[in-house]
Write a protein that binds this ligand. Structure first.
Ligand code: NAD
Length: 458
């Protein structure tokens, strides 16, 4: 991470609104409203550890804006969770839901913890403890959480169960990303990666690419990174590099992605919640140095995460954490297309360098909006009690992603702006319509109420 403090992430995120406001049809009051999160809660979560000791964890939940609907956004378990970061992530969710045109606002939560250091029982107690502390802040009609970094369907299931116990009724619609038997939606597990894949397929159509000619590098090989890799690999894209928190691998001929996924997801023991392996472990002996079998196409040269970003590829997909591309390294990134699957992987001051170099950045609020879109489908199914087939989910997601991608791409071309500014402009237009529908000073400063010319008759 560069010199900016993590506290600046929110201000940095908000700065992008100002840029987009120049192009949006916007009332100034609407812009002002979005500068401040609606509500923020900090909680202390006491957890009894397996050795009998008591540990207190700090957690946060932010509801940024709910003008377009209940707030929606993931819960992150990570040692670097910070209130400034949670606010920024909630703000991005507001913009993302507006981009996707779904009736939600933005929220986010996080707990400061290294979940890999917890046992299964400790993890369950922490997950339930977080919900106990935030139960009056969230709810199916107010704020609907979902998974994010290092949280998964099982954790969502525990959280839903805890909330249901508190409310003394079954509430599957309080949280999305649940296991399928507990009310999860088919197609939610790969929705974020799939949404990004549909964006890349639109670029392929517009630019008449041959997938086999396109070299791709993916930073982050968790839920989002693995699924976008799998779908692109199925279509014969050449994925030459992947990485996780311990480092990455590079193979010029392209990696065997299904095998890399299988290896990465192996657990050291059945009681592990998180994969113990890194993509840079040798599949045969487990070390990070040897090449036991160089013919094995899930093996590559070990590289660092920084080196992966600087590879000479056509498409770079950051799918890990925020602030990976900053003024420190942006000039050394040769990829002509960056598809932001992670939230906030590019700091705002690096945008200008990309624009100058002609790099097309498909921004996070569009590229990873597939996840929240299928979360919306899950919430809808929970509330109606009627469940869709996987094909229905994929087709409805594809329709939204293709529609919004092309609207934003056309806006970018028409206004001669970068794609991120176009995406924020599109989001601001939708947010502003909702805020203005409640009346702004443009309406209230005119004291005479207009009566309809004719009273409609039925
Ligand atoms: P995950 O926990 O499943 O995977 C995270 C991956 O990133 C892991 O492979 C981890 O090893 C790797 N990682 C962690 N620190 C890293 C580092 N410093 N350098 C490189 N890799 C690192 O999380 P996920 O759900 O795949 O989320 C990844 C990103 O996508 C996050 O920014 C998240 O906010 C965003 N996102 C996820 C979803 C979703 O539905 N899962 C939706 C929208 C956005």
């Amino acid at each position: 991470m560069e010199s900016r403090t993590v506290d600046d992430i929110f201000q940095d995120a908000i700065g992008r609104l100002d840029r987009a406001a120049e192009y949006a049809d916007l009332d100034g009051e609407a812009l002002e409203r979005l500068r401040y999160p609606k509500a923020m809660l900090q909680v202390s979560i006491p957890v009894r550890m397996d050795d009998g000791s008591l540990k207190i964890f700090q957690g946060y939940r932010v509801r940024h804006d709910d003008t377009r609907g209940p707030t929606k956004g993931g819960i992150r378990f990570h040692p670097n969770v910070h209130p400034g970061e949670v606010k920024a992530l909630a703000f991005w969710m507001t913009c993302k839901c507006a981009v996707a045109g779904i009736p939600f606002g933005g929220g986010k939560g996080g707990v400061i913890v290294d979940p890999k250091q917890l046992s299964r029982m400790e993890l369950e107690r922490l997950s339930r403890g977080f919900i106990e502390q935030v139960a009056d802040f969230i709810g199916p009609e107010t704020d609907v959480p979902a998974p994010d970094v290092y949280t998964n369907p099982m954790i969502m299931g525990w959280m839903m169960d805890e909330y249901s116990k508190i409310r003394r009724r079954r509430t599957p619609d309080v949280i999305t990303g649940k296991p399928i038997p507990l009310g999860g939606s088919l197609g939610r597990d790969d929705a974020t990666g799939r949404g990004a894949y549909y964006c890349i397929k639109e670029l392929e159509r517009r630019r008449a690419w041959k997938p086999a000619d396109i070299r791709v590098a993916i930073q982050g090989f968790g839920n989002a990174g693995q699924h976008v890799a799998r779908l692109l690999h199925n279509d014969a894209y050449r994925i030459v590099a992947i990485s996780d928190s311990r480092g990455g691998i590079f193979r010029e001929q392209g990696l065997d992605i299904p095998r890399a996924i299988e290896l990465k997801n192996q657990r050291a023991s059945v009681s592990d919640v998180y994969p113990a392996r890194s993509v840079c472990d040798c599949p045969i002996c487990g070390c990070t140095e040897c090449h036991c079998n160089p013919q094995d196409s899930a093996i590559g040269d070990v590289i660092s995460n920084a080196e992966l970003l600087e590879l000479d590829v056509d498409v770079l997909i950051p799918a890990a954490l925020e602030n990976q591309i900053t003024t420190d390294n942006v000039e050394r990134i040769p990829a002509s297309i960056v598809v932001e699957v992670a939230n906030g992987p590019t700091s705002s001051d690096a945008d200008e360098s990309f624009a100058r170099k002609g790099t097309l950045v498909v921004p996070d609020i569009l590229a990873n909006s597939g996840g929240v879109t299928v979360s919306y489908f899950e919430w809808t199914q929970n509330r109606s009690g009627y469940y869709w087939t996987e094909n229905e989910v994929h087709e409805r997601l594809r329709t939204i992603m293709v529609r919004e991608f092309n609207t934003i791409y056309d806006l970018m071309t028409e206004k001669q702006i970068d794609m991120r500014t176009a995406a924020y402009t599109h989001a601001l237009n939708r947010l502003s319509d909702a805020i203005e529908a409640q009346g702004t000073s443009r309406f209230f400063s005119n004291h005479i109420a207009h009566t309809p010319k004719e009273t409609p008759t039925t």
